[in-house]
Design a protein around this ligand. Structure first.
Ligand SMILES: [Zn+2]
Length: 226
């Protein structure tokens, strides 16, 4: 398993590259690009949220809570220009922080299902949660909401891939038991829980905000790159 700093570094680098690509292809402006980097970095740290944290990880997640609540506030402030903007922003920041802290605490306590967070479907649920939160909560456009969701998912996949690579690297060519367990889609002993996860994904996809613009933009970039 790669450590916290490795994940952070890789998260920043790859998120910047992906966000930069979207900016280069004029999908969004600079503010959105910067927010994309932050969301992606957040995603690259997320899978380890339920681990019994070492000290750097604990501090990291505290900072993470700070960053995400600030992030939510910036998005909110960008969107609304009301007379009570400052008060609202402060409130949102505080609530965001409390929720993030609560969520991290809750995750580290839910030891029964430990390990499930460190999986592809769980991260898909998180990413869809971002899409929903951005679209319905922060009232962003469906396009930007999907971009943020995608960034979180990419970051998370970078994390899982990195753990996977490390589990192979550390032991050389001889694959140890831990290899092949980072990038997981399912666990045999938790079938019911995973069935629940996949059902949730199905429901979230079915009810998701419109993704037409998002898909068109991604297809355009994909064509532009070949
Ligand atoms: Zn990990």
């Amino acid at each position: 398993m790669a450590n916290f700093n490795t994940h952070l570094t890789a998260g920043v680098i790859i998120s910047s590259a992906v966000a930069g690509l979207g900016f280069y292809f004029q999908l969004y402006g600079l503010t959105t690009a910067v927010l994309c980097v932050m969301v992606g970095t957040l995603g690259s740290l997320l899978p380890d949220i339920d681990l019994d944290s070492s000290k750097p990880a604990k501090q990291g997640f505290f900072t993470l809570s700070l960053i995400s609540s600030t992030l939510i506030t910036i998005i909110y402030a960008n969107r609304y220009q009301s007379g009570q903007l400052l008060l609202h922003s402060l409130l949102i920041w505080a609530i965001g922080f409390v929720i993030m802290r609560g969520a991290t605490e809750l995750f580290s306590r839910l030891t029964v299902h430990r390990g499930m967070v460190h999986s592809v479907p769980y991260m898909a649920v998180f990413a869809l949660g971002v899409v929903y939160g951005a679209f319905y909560g922060l009232k962003l456009t469906a396009f930007v909401s999907w971009i943020f969701g995608m960034m979180l998912f990419i970051g998370a996949m970078v994390h899982l891939a990195l753990d996977e690579i490390y589990s192979v690297n550390v032991y050389g060519l001889r694959l140890k038991k831990s290899a092949g367990t980072a990038m997981k889609f399912i666990e045999k002993d938790k079938l019911i829980w995973y069935a629940g996860l996949y059902s949730l994904i199905a429901v979230l996809c079915y009810k998701a905000p419109p993704y037409g613009d998002f898909v068109r933009a991604i297809t355009k970039i994909a064509r532009g790159m070949v």
